[in-house]
Design a protein. Structure first.
Length: 192
């Protein structure tokens, strides 16, 4: 059984991203995994203040004490991290970007045995990305793929799958595409 943390960065409570996340979760649970979904829009999380003081306490790595405490606890246990967000201006939403920025605190802290903290404090995670978008062509996802690939490289994470889906502008567009919901379900079920 794997521990999966889904970070849902959609500002819409019942939008296309949430429908894709719910299908993914069903698949992952059918495969016997434990899934925790954080609906970031509903959490009290503040943006990074750039203090560079994080990492001193691995249990609570950021100096700000807010909804990130729940995410840090789930992050520590997680084998998989799923970044779910509608495509906003060719990137993640501000809600999800805020959480990603705050994950910087897990990299900070004192060096251990001469190894820089940003290297010694990283833990290998497998990651996935679920991104619905309005436009339906590869160039639309170019920037978010670069952004995601950069995080994989710098955080020591491994890509375990991406579901990038165009043609989903209106809140209920996903209901017209059951094949896409099945792809999300299958992505969750593919976790071994």
């Amino acid at each position: 059984m794997k521990e999966i943390l889904v970070l849902n960065g959609s500002p819409r409570v019942r939008g296309n991203t949430t429908a894709l996340v719910e299908a993914f979760v069903r698949g992952a649970k059918e495969a016997g995994h434990r899934v925790h979904v954080c609906k970031i829009q509903e959490m009290n999380i503040h943006p990074c203040i750039g203090c560079l003081q994080g990492g001193r306490d691995p249990e609570s790595p950021c100096v700000q004490k807010d909804g990130m405490e729940e995410i840090y606890a789930l992050y520590r246990q997680a084998d998989y991290i799923v970044f779910a967000s509608p495509l906003y201006f060719w990137s993640f939403t501000a809600q999800l970007k805020m959480v990603i920025d705050r994950l910087f605190a897990v990299m900070e802290g004192p060096a251990k045995d001469g190894t820089p903290a940003y290297q010694s404090n990283l833990t290998a995670k497998k990651c996935m990305m679920i991104v619905p978008a309005e436009e339906d062509h590869d160039a639309n996802f170019e920037l978010i793929n670069q952004y995601y690939d950069g995080y994989l490289a710098r955080m020591g994470w491994e890509d375990a799958g991406r579901l990038l889906v165009g043609g989903l502008m209106q809140v209920d567009d996903i209901a017209k595409k059951p094949n896409i919901l099945m792809r999300a379900h299958d992505l969750g079920k593919s976790i071994d």
